[in-house]
Design a protein around this ligand. Structure first.
Ligand code: FMN
Length: 310
């Protein structure tokens, strides 16, 4: 039996690995990811300069999910080039960088540096970078997205991978798809958290997290139908050109199976990783393999994209 999956030119032992988010920021956490059953090591989204955390409480679990305002804390891109070198010397697993410019001109600087100073397996260009106050997310500005991709495409020798925010109007998915088709983009990650949400504690008559800006980021159950619709629509428009890495609402082997059945090629875990720690990769992967083996499948391609319609 072979449950490996090829994403880009890279072989992943199985489709499940971590999403870029807080617990992949420092070297120690990246080493844990290597020791875990995660099939790749996704590093924290980096910016040109180091950024600190917002004051606590900045992440709260709610009945149906979580809300956060972290401020994109990271150690700055140079550190992640260094980490890549340290990781690759010791470990044999795909390592993925994630970059987010706070200004459009930051993207080419970082991509160029990763190209020159590392042989990182993949770069996820994060066009859905939240928590930058007073600025629209880049992927909501189609002109800016187009410009950034045109600038980075020639600086990176491998196909580009982009991470997108949720879209709420199908026309926007169509517009982004047209941009994607123009460039050497082979993979998209759907979707980042939903921005600009507000939660109130009626008992205390106050907001639930400390950072003052209103654009708090919402995830999990609240957002699942939006995430599903985004992935489905991108799949319909782009299935010929791209692979989709799914990052939303993964808690169990059932989710992994459903999403691969429908359209995803790889699965990234975020919130469940925070809740359960590194063991979630082993648990979910083990349960997933047991389930598909019981169904008689020998490889992922036996059921990927084979969702039946009525
Ligand atoms: C606290 C927190 C921090 C995050 N930081 C990042 C980040 O740095 N880069 C990124 O691409 N996505 C980031 N995300 C988004 C996650 O990678 C993921 O897209 C989202 O949480 C949906 O997955 P989930 O439902 O499993 O949480 C963050 C999410 C949370 C909750």
């Amino acid at each position: 039996m072979n449950f490996s999956t090829n994403f880009a030119w890279i072989k992943f032992e199985h489709p499940i690995f971590n999403a870029s988010w807080p617990i992949c920021t420092i070297m120690e956490e990246l080493e844990w990811l290597w020791k875990s059953n995660s099939s790749a090591i996704m590093m924290k989204t980096c910016t040109l300069e180091e950024r600190n955390w917002n004051p606590k409480p900045r992440y709260i679990e709610l009945n149906l999910g979580s809300i956060n305002s972290m401020w994109l804390p990271n150690l700055g891109y140079k550190k992640y080039i260094e980490f890549w070198n340290q990781l690759k010397k010791r470990f044999n697993k795909p390592v993925i960088a994630s970059v987010a410019g706070l200004k459009p001109k930051h993207f080419p600087i970082m991509v160029k540096a990763f190209q020159k100073n590392s042989n990182v397996d993949l770069i996820e260009i994060n066009l859905s970078c939240p928590n930058v106050p007073w600025k629209p997310q880049i992927a909501y500005d189609f002109e800016a997205s187009d410009k950034i991709l045109s600038k980075v495409e020639n600086l990176w020798s491998k196909p580009i991978w982009i991470k997108l925010p949720p879209y709420f109007d199908l026309i926007h998915i169509e517009q982004m798809s047209e941009i994607i088709k123009k460039y050497n983009i082979s993979f998209i990650t759907c979707i980042n958290s939903v921005g600009n949400t507000l939660f109130i504690n009626p008992e205390k008559e106050e907001v639930v997290i400390k950072p003052k800006w209103w654009f708090w980021w919402l995830g999990w159950d609240y957002v699942k139908p939006i995430a599903l619709a985004n992935v489905r629509k991108f799949y319909e428009l782009l299935w010929n050109n791209i692979d989709i890495s799914w990052v939303w609402w993964i808690k169990s082997w059932e989710d992994v199976f459903e999403f691969i059945l429908a359209w995803a090629k790889t699965i990234q875990l975020a919130t469940i990783y925070a809740k359960e720690g590194y063991k979630c990769f082993e648990r979910i992967n083990k349960e997933f393999i047991e389930y598909i083996t019981k169904k008689g499948y020998n490889e992922i391609e036996d059921f990927r994209w084979k969702l039946k319609t009525l």
